[in-house]
Write a protein that binds this ligand. Structure first.
Ligand SMILES: [Zn+2]
Ligand SMILES: [Zn+2]
Length: 181
């Protein structure tokens, strides 16, 4: 039993009878959930598969699979690359109000009519955003001296650096002094 594709994560319980189950698909713009980052660009809307089960007492069990794709800069070589970001949520909403109940981390409340999982999806995706994106674990990054992209080219800095280090190495100076004695 599938509905057409929606553009929000807000569900009207009038569409769902008691003891009934429904699967929804939604394509949601990240900006509409307040998802915006300077260092990551969403290049696809959030593709959401949401299943709702309304129990006899009006509590609603929610299972949601969310997928999207972002473009980020590699922290080593600063090349942009694409990453899939996914999250899976399982939530239980009871009828009530958060301000009246003793709120616990896993408890969700709704007014019995309108169920909104936007904030849960936003928080779920925020947790999945890569904190230190690397285009590859093997990425060689940029040469700290000349800025060459070491994945694609070899620069001559390394050998130059080595000879410079040898010349200024205090131990080599010391050993020369010891030899002279
Ligand atoms: Zn890289
Ligand atoms: Zn270099």
């Amino acid at each position: 039993m599938r509905e057409g594709i929606r553009d929000t994560l807000v569900f009207d319980m009038k569409d769902l009878r008691h003891e009934d189950f429904k699967a929804f698909e939604a394509l949601v713009l990240p900006a509409s959930l307040g998802l915006a980052y300077e260092e990551a660009e969403f290049i696809e809307p959030l593709s959401c598969a949401v299943q709702l089960f309304r129990q006899g007492n009006d509590s609603v069990y929610v299972a949601a699979d969310i997928e999207t794709k972002i473009s980020v800069e590699c922290r080593r070589c600063i090349s942009p690359f694409e990453v899939d970001v996914t999250t899976t949520l399982e939530l239980l909403f009871a009828v009530g109000s958060e301000s009246l109940e003793q709120r616990e981390a896993d408890e969700r409340y709704y007014d019995g009519e309108i169920l909104d999982i936007s904030e849960d999806v936003r928080q779920g995706l925020v947790l999945e955003m890569p904190a230190w994106p690397l285009c590859s674990e093997m990425c060689s990054g940029l040469c700290a001296r000349c800025g060459a992209e070491l994945n694609h080219e070899v620069c001559s800095c390394e050998t130059t650096d080595e000879s410079a280090v040898h010349d200024s190495n205090p131990f080599s100076v010391l050993s020369k002094m010891l030899e002279n004695n």
